[in-house]
Design a protein around this ligand. Structure first.
Ligand SMILES: [Zn+2]
Ligand SMILES: [Zn+2]
Length: 234
């Protein structure tokens, strides 16, 4: 008879259950849950202060956050990127808007020429070793042009966005599966209640922007709705 799958199995001797529980705990410790899409007050549409984000990220179950303000990375003047004193990993990126869609971009840059068309932007990100995520590709008001994905210009697709409807997220995930691209998630928080509503589980440790880019390129992650997000969705 097939053994029940899970950490606790009443058929297993007690000491084996303890070993399985320890293994699950180690796996959880080795992985990291990161909200990859957050806007601070530096974005004109957000009310979130960086201090509030830092104070609440841990209680939302997050191990890391990406600050992705609209078209700028001025957060670097306010906060040091990297692992904070409480262990929270903070990575800087940017949400860059184009007429062909919005993209979360991560790379060795802090400023990008404004108002580039999407193909020029995405080629630039690729050429400097960075990675672009197609943000909320099926949102009615801001869809992403599918031709850019077919041209191989995006490294990942945000298939779980905290501000999307379930239908928009489902459409994004079906599309992502057809393209064979890495899936990730982020809350797109503009207010405190939204922080951590969607996130990305990485199965490798992330401490720097370069770690994040490499893990995304290697597909070592998957979107996840944290338990906080599930409660908020009810
Ligand atoms: Zn916004
Ligand atoms: Zn956003």
């Amino acid at each position: 008879m097939q053994q029940a799958i899970g950490v606790f199995n009443p058929r297993r001797p007690c000491h084996e259950n303890k070993i399985f529980a320890l293994g699950a705990e180690i796996l959880k410790m080795a992985s990291m849950l990161i909200d990859m899409h957050i806007h601070t007050r530096l974005s004109p549409c957000s009310r979130l202060q960086i201090g509030e984000i830092l104070a609440h990220a841990r209680t939302r179950g997050l191990d890391g956050i990406c600050i992705t303000d609209h078209n700028l990375m001025d957060i670097r003047h306010v906060l040091a990127e990297g692992v904070q004193p409480d262990g929270l990993c903070v990575i800087f990126g940017m949400e860059y808007s184009t007429p062909q869609g919005d993209f979360l971009i991560f790379g060795p840059f802090e400023k990008i020429t404004p108002e580039l068309p999407a193909d020029q932007l995405l080629r630039h990100v690729q050429e400097c070793g960075g990675l672009a995520v197609a943000a909320h590709p099926f949102r009615k008001a801001r869809p992403v042009d599918e031709r850019l994905i077919r041209q191989g210009l995006c490294g990942a697709i945000e298939s779980c966005n905290g501000r999307n409807t379930p239908l928009e997220n489902a459409a994004a995930d079906q599309w992502r599966q057809r393209c064979g691209l890495t899936a990730c998630g982020g809350s797109d928080a503009h207010t405190l209640p939204e922080l951590g509503a969607c996130a990305t589980r990485f199965c490798v440790p992330i401490q720097t922007r370069a770690d994040l880019i490499q893990a995304l390129k290697q597909g070592r992650c998957r979107p996840e709705i944290p338990s906080f997000g599930k409660a908020a969705a009810i």
